[in-house]
Ligand binder design. Structure first.
Ligand code: 13P
Length: 252
């Protein structure tokens, strides 16, 4: 059933860009036009959060790509939610597959980060997704439910309104191999049922579930037409003007 959930599209720039290329991204974002019925978020590298916030139009929110689970201290290389807020960013991506699989972040750590970021007032894009061998072994639901539980256990009642779940099958990230609209819908629907059974039917009805993994200007409309796909988390294509097309995927 199509819902009232507002479409939400994030651009995860990962470790890409410099001031010059970022100026180019900001000009196509500011030129848009971006569908007013879609929440748009961009996640630059931490070094450029302040720069992007100062240049991009107010209809585009800014996100950090990760943060730590405490406010300050001897944690070399980390940034805290209060620093993210201090430069005007309002979102953080947590649990991205690259944080999990390149940097070894556990479900437990991701849960702690989600809890702290929410307690500090940030909005959170919480990422989950199975690896290829897990999908092939028929473990997709087991993996994404386990990851979702580690997140959900750290979200208090009304804070769910500030959480977006991003389903990003690892085998589809940066590979050009997108999940088919049917594959994405199947997992999103199971996730929503899990949330209904384990959190509440109301949260399940309202929580937005993004799809991520090789989304591009050519495949976004078909994916966006699926009833449980409430937006996208876009990597490579978010660095290009195609991102505007993806933001507008639900528009006629
Ligand atoms: P790609 O769109 O480059 O596959 O990356 C997806 C992703 O990881 C977004 O967070």
């Amino acid at each position: 059933m199509a819902s009232q959930r507002k479409f939400v599209v994030g651009g995860n720039w990962k470790m890409n860009g410099n001031k010059s290329s970022i100026d180019g991204i900001i000009s196509f974002l500011n030129a848009g036009p971006l569908d007013a019925n879609t929440d748009v978020i961009v996640a630059p590298p931490a070094a450029y959060l302040d720069y992007v916030r100062s240049k991009v139009n107010a209809n585009v929110a800014v996100a950090a790509q990760t943060c730590y689970k405490v406010d300050k201290g001897a944690f070399t290389g980390e940034i805290s939610p209060s620093m993210i807020k201090d430069v005007g960013a309002t979102w953080v991506i947590l649990g991205h597959s690259e944080r999990r699989h390149v940097f070894g972040e556990s479900d437990e750590l991701i849960g702690e980060k989600v809890k702290f970021a929410l307690s500090e007032g940030l909005n959170v894009i919480a990422c989950i997704g199975e690896k290829l061998d897990e999908r092939e072994a028929g473990q997709t639901n087991d993996v994404v439910f386990r990851q979702t539980k580690a997140i959900a256990d750290n979200v208090l009642g009304s804070d769910w309104s500030r959480v977006v779940i991003a389903y990003e099958p690892v085998w589809a990230i940066g590979t050009g191999k997108t999940a088919s609209p049917e594959q994405a819908q199947e997992v999103h629907q199971s996730l929503r049922k899990w949330v209904s059974d384990n959190v509440s039917p109301e949260v399940a009805q309202n929580v937005r579930i993004q799809y991520g993994g090789s989304v591009n200007a050519g495949n976004c409309k078909e994916l966006a037409a699926k009833p449980d796909v409430d937006g996208f988390l876009v990597g490579g294509a978010s660095l290009k003007p195609d991102f505007v097309t993806i933001v507008n995927a639900r528009k006629d």
